[in-house]
Design a protein around this ligand. Sequence first.
Ligand SMILES: Cc1ncc(COP(=O)(O)O)c(C=O)c1O
Length: 494
Amino acid sequence: MPTTHPETLALHAGHRADPTTGSVAVPIHQTTSYQFRDTEHAGNLFALAELGNIYTRIMNPTVDVLEQRLAAIEGGVAALGLSSGQSASMFSILNIARAGDNFVCSTDIYGGTWNLFKNTMRDMGIEARFVDPADPEGFRTATDDKTRAYYAETLPNPKLQVFPIAEVAAIGRELGVPLIMDNTAAPLLCRPFDHGAAIVMYSTTKYIGGHGTSIGGMLIDGGNFDWEAHADRFPMLNEPDPSYHGAVWTEAVKPLGPIAYIIKARVTLLRDIGAAMSPQNAFQFIQGLETLPLRMERHCENATKVSEFLNGHDKVERVIYPGLMDGEARKRADAHLSGGYSGLVGMEVKGGLEAGKKFIDSLELLYHVANIGDARSLAIHPASTTHSQLDAEELLQAGVTPGYVRLSDWHRARRRHYRGYRSGPVQGLVPGRVQTCHVFASRCETRYCVASVTAHGFSWHVCPACPRRLKISSPRHRHARMWVMFRGQRKFSA
Ligand SMILES: Cc1ncc(COP(=O)(O)O)c(C=O)c1O
């Protein structure tokens, strides 16, 4: 597709209309198997002499559209849909590392990935060497001749400090080590390949799905890493693979393009482990992806407003948001993100563990869930949930303090961001009363809301007589006029 605009690619890459039916929406190919034309065709497919569908555990046309769209949006060459973000993380390493090997991993990663790498992979004989990304040189120091990859998250929560992708990718390219980036929290805001990463992975469960319906993952090959030039480091790609008729992947796949890494993942790991994305879920992700550019814009806009509101609030110890950071953290955010600072906001509630829990237990509209990137607004207390398997030292390393609360997304009508709290540090607006909106309280600004009567009962409007953000200097302004609306007409003021 001759465009790099994500808005266009999200709608059109990989599928325009179904060649058989003309269906514009991507069909759900709910099938396990595909009819081979003849034995020669079947033989060619199995020998990779021809690319095509064999069995849905390894490929599926609906999943294929999603793979093509995400590869196009990221600027990669090919992708592999998987059953979850966890399987994508695991495949990204297992594809190039075996027992006795190691990889260097940022300490700032999702708790589930940490556990997978630290414990499950250790039991498989693969060592994860954790390094604080504050100093990119730590990656170089931890590298030896058994190091197969660097692994990090673009925008890890809870710290929300953008990873120094360009610096670590450059170190890796010098030493012949590919950087694998988990870009789950920053789709469209960051394209890690542009900064030198070799592989990108996603939990599509989050922003890409966007509606909290499906679990899935994606592995994307940038096609920009020379596996052959570092043949000693990557024997799994450069030596005969006994699990596939002795294929040497960098050789065998050459006629198809620089896709040795992703083809191997598909035809060996996915074939053997079977962590395939279901066609139904791929369809859901395709629906989500279509509106991702719009949603990301709104997520960022709303999260910025929330972070500004919370910043300086008397019940909040500190707010964690890239847009509020300064120094090196801000420089990294500005160097790697464009179009916004994401939809995630962290805050340290004053009062520690109990205050954090109280805040969560007081929520009305926000969901208390272990997810991010949903169209709904979400909140969680990581110390007692997502990061609960970490010990005290690991929690601190990961930036999870007792009172930390993670807020996600705020994808809601612009005027209503702040309703949904019953109590806690943020007060919601109560129907039927003119009151101070705390949104801009820290800057001594007030927005007046009035109840308006409609044929269907009460609903909310900002008073049409007031500027949307009314500057006030004394409490008497709080008795500003209240307009009551009846069927769109202003009836009286009080
Ligand atoms: C950054 C990140 N990576 C990976 C995962 C794992 O993804 P999944 O839940 O789809 O397995 C998560 C899940 O929360 C995540 O937040």
